[in-house]
Design a protein around this ligand. Structure first.
Ligand SMILES: [Zn+2]
Length: 260
């Protein structure tokens, strides 16, 4: 990795503001580096076949946007885009904690919850690019309303945005409390159990800010998974933190660009 820049998002600025920022950074880099290809990990659902952003629940103006075509116009090189969870999954599969583990399930546990499936080196996207959206599995029927319009979703019960809203403290602080963690891992394991039953992944890799809690989260989570998944199942329970930290998506975008 030769260059890396990270900036805060102006939520009010919407799509045009963000394109202007991203574009000016890319054009500045172009003066120093020759680009061959461009890989994009977008923070929301992407229609992969049509290379369009499906929508963003966090920032307005992205619905059905041709982001890859925009980048091609700007840079004049081949561009490929996927959602950030699929890109993160590919990054961990090729360069990180998922190396040698197939199929791999990758989950981001941060502001929201996203998921991606990599099997035999390829992202498995399903018929309409919506596979792996583990954040909107229902884990608490009749639970509180989620941003997607359903109730009791995995993301609604376990993501950082909602933890802070429900408990009045950032997730980082909440995870210092073993009593909180012992309740929290019950819901996280409910979501992951569905994934294990459906996919029998060789490994589950968890990235995102909450996964940085390390052993104080992963140890009780492993115990809870072994409690919920009875000895009836022969599926392995192998859950590991992401190895690429905040950069799983960046490495994944690189791996994705290598496929075009
Ligand atoms: Zn939902």
């Amino acid at each position: 990795m030769v260059r890396r820049e990270s900036h805060a998002t102006d939520k009010e600025g919407g799509r045009e503001w963000m394109l202007e920022r991203v574009g000016s950074i890319a054009v500045a880099w172009l003066r120093e580096h020759a680009f061959e290809r461009c890989g994009i990990g977008f923070g929301g659902p992407v229609d992969f076949a049509r290379q369009r952003v499906a929508l963003s629940t966090h920032v307005g103006g992205w619905q059905d946007f041709r982001l890859s075509a925009w980048a091609l116009d700007l840079l004049g090189i081949p561009v490929v885009m996927d959602n950030d969870a699929n890109a993160g999954a590919l990054g961990e599969a090729v360069y990180g904690a998922g190396q040698g583990a197939s199929p791999l399930f990758y989950m981001t546990l941060s502001t929201g919850i996203g998921g991606g499936i990599v099997a035999d080196g390829n992202v498995w996207r399903g018929a309409d690019s919506w596979a792996g959206e583990i954040g909107h599995l229902t884990i608490r029927p009749g639970g509180p309303a989620c941003l997607c319009g359903a109730h009791g979703c995995f993301e609604r019960m376990c993501s950082g945005l909602w933890l802070e809203q429900d408990w009045g403290k950032p997730a980082r602080e909440l995870l210092d409390d073993p009593e909180f963690v012992s309740r929290y891992v019950v819901d996280v394991a409910l979501g992951l159990k569905s994934c294990i039953m459906l996919l029998n992944p060789a490994r589950i890799v968890i990235g995102g800010g909450i996964a940085k809690a390390g052993d104080k989260l992963f140890r009780p989570l492993g115990e809870e998974l072994r409690r919920q998944i009875t000895s009836w199942s022969g599926a392995r329970i192998d859950v590991a933190p992401a190895a690429l930290g905040d950069d799983s998506v960046l490495w994944g975008a690189l791996a994705l660009a290598a496929t075009i």
